[in-house]
Design a protein. Sequence first.
Length: 317
Amino acid sequence: MSIIIVTGISGYIGGQVAVKLKDQGRQVIGVDTRPLPAHLEGKFDWFEQCDFDSDAFDKLMMEGKPDAIIHCAGTSLVGPSVTDPQLYYNNNVLNTVRLLDKIKDKFFWKPKIIFSSSASTYGNPIMVPCQEIDPAEPISPYGQSKLFIEWALAAYHRAYGIEYVAFRFFNACSADPQVRHGQEPNATHIIARVLESIRDNSDFLIYGNDYETEDGTCVRDYIHVDDIADAHARAIDVAVTSGVYNLGTKTGASNLEIVRLAEKVTGQRVNLSVGGKREGDPAMLTADPGKFVQVTGWAPKYNLEDMITHAWKWYTK
Ligand SMILES: NC(=O)c1ccc[n+]([C@@H]2O[C@H](COP(=O)([O-])OP(=O)(O)OC[C@H]3O[C@@H](n4cnc5c(N)ncnc54)[C@H](O)[C@@H]3O)[C@@H](O)[C@H]2O)c1
């Protein structure tokens, strides 16, 4: 039985990964600067409310000797990272480099690191679906912070033999299929926004309908959070070559498709209005996950209708 430490376990993705790892019979230790949400209390073997850059975390590491660190903790909003980048460089970059230093200098074994990177490392992609060999030119401090960590992981792997997998998630969405975990209220994600607008009978705004896409609205690659969790479990077990891996479905869905599917799943109408485009929003952003699929046999299990159905169950629980 493997022992895994999950940083950012109180968050959306860390929580779901941890639930999946427990389902698989592993020992899960979690840390987060926030308390565990009530619905996750008592589900893991140990939870410590602490920074991953702290003595308390180091103590847990030394006592637990985990086989892997699932590193989901981070500060992760694109817009705020532009107006206030300090936290992104400190919490994401500097703290993670210090964690790597400790693995090199302080801990006497080298756990594998599974790091939550992001599609934002691509910036405005030259073509879609994005492949890992495409240029990474992030346009926000958030994306830059993720790319810098990828570089640090690659350098520490080369120089000190630390094994890692950096997942570039595209749009993580939905909720645990058994409705045990999901996004917090008021998440900025489109599926969250549209479903909450249906539940609360409020308006839902689409940003722009004159993009060069089939129906004029932005196209994004949505991936079920439980498929992301499954990929993490495989990255622990399979001898994946250290490096960067996309996690997406390769197929995109437009904003309007999501609205129509949300109406189908819920049986209710969306109070839709259309606003102006947001600066820096590319028309299409999709990912080719082929590199990870080839090595591990992972494949997304859930389609968009499943994603909206599970999310709706979560929002109406
Ligand atoms: N949700 C997405 O669509 C998406 C897409 C791409 C990448 N990511 C990345 O995946 C990771 C998880 O995303 P999420 O959606 O679950 O975010 P989240 O905000 O729900 O969870 C992040 C958690 O990390 C914790 N945290 C932050 N700094 C910490 C620190 N120094 N020590 C301990 N805990 C700390 C926060 O309290 C929070 O609970 C993030 O790094 C994010 O950048 C998310």
